[in-house]
Design a protein around this ligand. Structure first.
Ligand code: PLP
Length: 357
């Protein structure tokens, strides 16, 4: 029996994505050639690229005036591509965790940066709410879901300057009002596809304003003008993304995912709050619906390996917490069925019976 995958990324994908991509790797569209062997400029792969872009636009209700492009380099390359293309004088950053911090570090290479607020002093267990965004900043950067620490910004923020968001680990998990953002980016390897492709949704009018020269490959306009085919695109992850988006559409789109994600998260957080053996690590109102971080209550500390062993026996994989938090992290992305979360809750209850006499 297949294990239930709670890993933070690479992570669980819909079975349809895995099976359809495997089929195309063996024989792409009846060509007898592998998806890995065919030209990205052929009409069959062009159709894949077109459908993937269209599904992005349809499922996220992306308004006119925005481009959707697929790049290499991971979300990490966006940490420098964003300031390269958008930072003329000053940029503002909200520091909500490791990835936000890495993004800020890169921006410092390009101009003045303002860290408007940080929750570092509390090991990023909450999302700062009281801060002022400088109105003369070129953009304001946020990380909407903090994969490592398990906090999430649940609403589309108001910003007086273009809002730039790293949505690597919550894209397609909840409806987003794209018109409130100037740029959204993320690595694919959580809710979308295997690693290797990065999506960027960018408001066209923001580009071409900085005075510095931008290397061709790092200029968003290059990829927009060439339909993400300036260089050879990562065809297998793009094909897998198309399959995931077809699955998502057939299963009710983003609103249906959001409903299910809230149910799954509530099931797990309710157990964390009820079970005396476990406790959550984040402030309740900022808890992520994608990455659920929890530890053993102080009374039961030291039994982590036993819980992981019990989970492993039950086929629950990837639950060890990130070293910055410790304890456990259950990543419950779109493809995680509620039965998977229930299996984890059952294991937690079984562990409680063992420990609480
Ligand atoms: N941003 C967030 C929120 C992430 O969770 C990750 C990876 O887990 C990254 C950025 C880095 O992504 P990549 O490995 O694609 O560079």
């Amino acid at each position: 029996m297949k294990k239930i995958n709670f890993s933070a990324g690479p992570s669980i994908l819909p079975q349809q994505t895995i099976e359809e991509t495997a089929k195309a790797i063996m024989d792409f569209n009846g060509s007898t050639l592998s998806l890995m062997e065919v030209s990205h400029r052929g009409k069959d792969f062009q159709a894949v690229m077109d459908e993937t872009v269209e599904l992005f636009k349809e499922l996220l209700e992306i308004p006119a005036g925005y481009s959707v492009i697929f790049l290499g380099g991971g979300a990490s390359l966006q940490f420098c591509m964003v300031p390269f293309n958008l930072l003329e004088k000053k940029a503002a950053y909200l520091n909500t965790g490791t990835w936000a911090n890495k993004a800020l570090k890169e921006a410092k290479l390009f101009g003045e940066t303002v860290e408007v607020a940080s929750s570092k002093e509390a090991n990023y267990t909450y999302i700062p709410k009281n801060y002022t965004i400088p109105t003369d900043a070129d953009y304001f950067h946020i990380t909407t879901n903090n994969t490592i620490f398990g906090t999430e910004i649940h609403t589309d923020l108001d910003s007086p300057v273009p809002l730039v968001a790293d949505m690597s680990s919550d894209i397609f998990s909840r409806p987003v009002n794209v018109s409130k953002y100037g740029l959204i980016y993320g690595g694919a390897q959580k809710n979308l596809a295997p690693a290797g492709v990065t999506f960027v949704i960018v408001k066209d009018e923001l580009l071409g304003k900085v005075t510095r020269p931008i290397p061709t490959m790092l200029d968003y306009r290059t990829h927009i003008e060439n339909g993400s085919m300036f260089n050879t695109p990562p065809v297998v992850p793009i094909y897998a993304a198309m399959q995931t988006l077809r699955w998502l559409k057939a299963n009710g789109g983003v609103p249906a995912m959001y409903k299910k994600n809230k149910e799954k998260a509530a099931l797990l957080y309710n157990e964390i709050d009820r079970n005396p053996v476990f406790k959550g690590t984040c402030q309740v109102e900022d808890r992520s619906i994608m990455n659920v971080c929890f530890v053993l209550s102080s009374e039961y500390e030291g039994n982590e390996a036993d819980f992981l062993a019990l989970a492993k026996e039950r086929g629950l994989d990837g639950l060890k917490g990130h070293r910055s938090v410790g304890g456990f992290r259950a990543s419950i992305y779109n493809a995680m069925p509620i039965e998977g979360v229930q299996a984890l809750v059952d294991a937690m209850q079984e562990f409680e019976k063992k420990l609480v006499k």
